[in-house]
Design a protein around this ligand. Structure first.
Ligand code: ADP
Ligand code: ASP
Ligand code: MG
Length: 490
């Protein structure tokens, strides 16, 4: 194919109902029909809420609550059938889509049945197989909506991403999905076989995000919220020119707009800045998204499905000019683990030993806060705290291990923040003014993180944003007497 290829990835809200799927199809159709633009290859998420619903189904099934599970299954089917009637209006396309959905539902029922009869050891993979259906169903709807717009499009039924066999030694939390690692070279070969022939003939491929398969055909996911990452992995495999992440906000903003309504758009971010923002809680990009793209200098554009003319945020290679961005994020539900030597002295190799033990249980520190000869403190996800404490205490006899849960990390990130030496002081003052204690902190060349109580995190985010980025200008209501009002009307 002569045109370059761009990945267009649409998140759960963007494909949240039939009307929205039609909007998505219009965006893709416009791009497919503009010959001077890149040719689109589409990656989609499950419809909003569907992965949660699938995981509720797996929980009901494994707990023997079959009636509750069946009610959810019925609701899931109804949601997709309702969307199908909106996206496919011609009788031929409607018949084709409904037949594809019926076949999918019966294969889905087989996967649910396999989970019901699974032994304990098989539950994690059987759960992943059920959770995969959200994306598998939405590719059918989106491909059909594209055909309804007059675009040649095909749902790619097989998982494009080849993954490593999921590790069985990592403790499994029932009702969750385990995240598997993609294999780049195997995925490239598989994508070439599965997707390139479609692109060669000018057909838009519509691929499932979030999921992959091992070379033996075992299906697993890349972890919750992982469809941005899967778009990047597929993009790298297809040597695409750009990855566009279409979501429900204008781009990457200076803070989560659900908490800070006056958050501002960041037009440009370096890979490193975007990676840190997502690591410390900006849900708009999955933290691993940039890994396959940064080393190839492939830009990522984050855009709004519902305002497709807005320019969005470009995440790309750092040129001569710096981004000057500052953003504040919060990562919640964390625990601080402190390891102290009982003898006031530790050996340097103990630090390596501590992290190696944590890694064996599949735990990556969210941040390392402080260390000295005899102590080390680091932050991990709260749900892993007990496991980590037990594990470390078992292997490190002369060390005392403790944890403090209920914490959050507030990160102030970006070259706009680090350019001003006053920034860290302004950040801690902002929290002090709100009487929010800082429990510990960490720093990198891209900013600082402040560890606080989780219950203070929204207040902290708002005050940091107000003092470092955008003051909140209060609406002043002037009292007007009836005379003044009459004057104003005149
Ligand atoms: P999608 O379903 O499209 O993948 P997500 O819900 O995963 O969308 O991510 C988009 C959401 O991320 C936004 O609706 C917003 O609430 C949240 N978000 C958190 N931090 C930020 C930020 N700094 N900039 C933009 N959005 C953010
Ligand atoms: N559908 C998946 C989830 O909800 C992946 C995603 O939407 O990114 O986790
Ligand atoms: Mg997302």
């Amino acid at each position: 194919m002569e045109r370059r290829i761009s990945i267009l990835k649409f998140g759960g809200t963007s494909v949240g109902n039939g009307e929205r799927i039609r909007q998505v199809a219009q965006i893709v159709a416009r791009q497919a029909q503009q010959f001077e633009e890149d040719f689109p290859a589409v990656v989609v998420s499950a419809m909003a809420g569907v992965t949660d619903q699938l995981l509720r189904i797996t929980r009901s099934i494994t707990m023997g609550e079959f009636e509750a599970g069946q009610r959810e299954v019925d609701a899931l089917k109804a949601k997709h059938l309702e969307a199908a009637l909106v996206v496919a209006h011609s009788p031929a396309e409607r018949t084709r889509l409904l037949a594809a959905l019926e076949e999918a539902f019966s294969r889905f029922a087989e996967d649910v049945e396999r989970l019901r009869s699974a032994g304990t050891e098989d539950v994690p993979l059987r759960t992943a197989a059920v959770a995969a259906w959200g994306e598998r169903l939405s590719v059918l709807l989106v491909a059909s909506a594209l055909r309804a717009c007059g675009v040649a499009a095909e749902a790619v039924r097989e998982e494009v991403i080849i993954i490593e066999a999921p590790r069985s030694e990592i403790p499994y939390v029932p009702g969750t999905v385990i995240g598997a690692e993609p294999l780049a070279e195997e995925t490239r070969k598989h994508a070439a076989r599965l997707v390139l022939p479609l692109l060669e003939q000018g057909t838009v491929p519509v691929m499932a995000g979030f999921i992959g398969r091992t070379l033996d055909g075992v299906v697993a996911t890349l972890g919750r919220n992982g469809s941005d990452y899967s778009a990047a992995v597929i993009g790298a495999a297809l040597a695409c020119a750009q990855v566009e992440i279409y979501t429900d906000v204008d781009g990457v903003l200076t803070a989560d707009p659900r908490v800070v309504p006056n958050a501002l758009l960041l037009p440009y971010l370096s890979y490193a800045e975007a990676a840190q923002l997502s690591w410390f809680g900006a849900k708009v990009l999955h933290p691993r998204t940039l890994i396959p793209l940064a080393m190839r200098n492939v830009p990522v554009r984050v855009r709004n499905t519902f305002r497709p003319h807005a320019p969005g945020t470009v995440v790309g290679p750092l040129g001569k000019q710096r981004s000057s961005a500052t953003a504040i994020t919060v990562r919640r539900q964390l625990a601080l683990i402190t390891v102290e030597s009982r003898h006031l002295f530790g050996a340097p190799e103990n630090v390596g030993q501590i992290f190696a033990l944590a890694a064996r249980a599949g735990i990556t520190p969210v941040a390392v806060c402080s260390s000295s000869g005899h102590h080390l403190s680091f932050v991990i996800e709260e749900k892993m705290a007990e496991t980590v404490v037990e594990l470390l205490q078992q292997d490190l006899e002369n060390w005392k291990v403790s944890s403090r849960t209920g914490l959050a990390a507030c990160a102030c990130i970006g070259s706009g923040f680090t350019a001003n030496p006053m920034s860290p002081a302004r950040a801690t003052t902002a929290l002090a003014r709100e009487r929010i204690p800082v429990i510990t902190q960490g720093a990198s060349d891209l900013g600082i993180i402040l560890i606080i109580e989780d219950r203070d995190s929204e207040r902290a985010l708002r005050s940091l944003h107000r003092d470092l980025i955008a003051p909140v200008i209060p609406l002043v209501r002037h009292h007007r007497t009836p005379e003044k009002l009459r004057e104003a009307v005149r």
